[in-house]
Design a protein around this ligand. Structure first.
Ligand code: SF4
Ligand code: SF4
Length: 325
């Protein structure tokens, strides 16, 4: 394990129509200052954690907290990432104020969410203002871009003009979670699960979420599943990491994958017809976000592990797995 993410607050000054966590100005879920400080402190003490990222909602609505936590993590030897929608790029002056504060806190990387959905509220010129102002500070910057079939983001990259040079852009398909589940299905990049030979969980990273739970990954789909490791209030980073590395279900979906599981669900009649998915996380959401399917899946995985049919899953104690979706 190398990274821990902290989603500090569900509030956001905007309300994107694809928001996975349905965030907005009136959202109320949040992690307390003490909880965030405790998580950062615990990350610093672990040799195997080298980075902490801060996200939301809009993490910069808690700017004093987030910047002080970035400073703390930095002085503790960790790399830090801050994810923002760039709402503060309203003027060169304000952008420079924010960037100067980030720079002096020691921020390692600034990630800006910029795509068709965000751009309706945070115009391209604000992102350009931030990128231009950042020439003075040199904070490594990247862009995360959620895309659909008709809004592939290429025009937005063009709009950045020369400010888009040297800024890595990660484009990823929208998954139908939260607000995004209301988007037209034919707009999503979906394919038949049967045709997908690589149906495995891609990666784990502890996520301390403003909904009060700790999750094993940062996928937008994860908060719609029962795959939580426990509650933020009671789960130390040490214990969360132990649960993550000893959880048979998680180990199975990463090492063996979803193919056999999907086939068994089909045999049981829990899944019918052609299952269209965006990616493995979307399938994970379908399985572990449905109480009946999740129960069956957990039993099936435990049987496989106990029967030895899934030899690579010879991990330790089964624990920390809740099915409270
Ligand atoms: S997608 Fe990001 S910027 Fe948009 S409403 Fe959600 S948290 Fe806010
Ligand atoms: S497959 Fe499930 S557990 Fe793995 S990264 Fe995706 S949502 Fe997370």
């Amino acid at each position: 394990m190398t990274g821990v993410a902290i989603a500090v607050d569900s509030r956001c000054p905007i309300r994107c129509e694809h928001c996975y966590f349905s965030c907005g100005p009136k959202s109320q879920d949040r992690l307390s200052d003490d909880a965030v400080a405790r998580i950062v402190d615990e990350c610093i003490t672990r040799d195997d954690i080298d980075s902490v990222s801060f996200t939301g909602g809009e993490a910069l609505l808690r700017k004093p907290l987030v910047l002080s936590m970035i400073a703390k993590a930095t002085s503790g030897g960790l790399h830090t990432t801050l994810v923002t929608n760039g709402f503060w790029g309203v003027s060169d002056r304000l952008a420079k104020t924010y960037l100067a504060d980030m720079k002096s806190s020691g921020l390692s990387r600034l990630t800006i969410s910029y795509d068709y959905f965000h751009q309706k509220y945070v115009a391209s010129r604000k992102i350009i203002t931030i990128l231009a102002a950042n020439r003075e500070f040199g904070i490594p910057c990247s862009i995360n871009m959620a895309v659909t079939k008709s809004e592939d983001g290429l025009n937005l990259i063009k709009e950045l003009d020369e400010m888009g040079f040297n800024v890595p852009v990660t484009r990823f398909p929208v998954v139908p979670v939260g607000q995004a589940s209301s988007l037209p299905g034919n707009e999503l990049f979906r394919h038949s699960a049967e045709d997908d030979k690589s149906l495995r969980c891609p990666s784990f990273e502890l996520l301390y979420h403003f909904d009060g739970k700790v999750y094993p990954c940062c996928s937008p789909a994860i908060a719609s599943t029962c795959l939580s490791l426990g509650s933020v209030d009671s789960l130390s980073v040490d214990e969360a990491e132990r649960r993550l590395t000893h959880n048979q279900v998680l180990a199975y979906i990463q090492r063996v994958g979803f193919r056999d599981l999907l086939m068994e669900c089909r045999r049981e009649g829990l899944v019918t017809g052609d299952v269209q998915i965006v990616n493995s996380c979307d399938l994970c959401r379908m399985i572990f976000g449905d109480e009946d399917i999740a129960r069956f899946a957990i039993c099936y995985i435990r049987e496989q592990v106990q029967s030895g049919d899934s030899a690579p899953i010879g991990v330790g104690r089964q624990n920390g797995f809740s099915c409270d979706a």
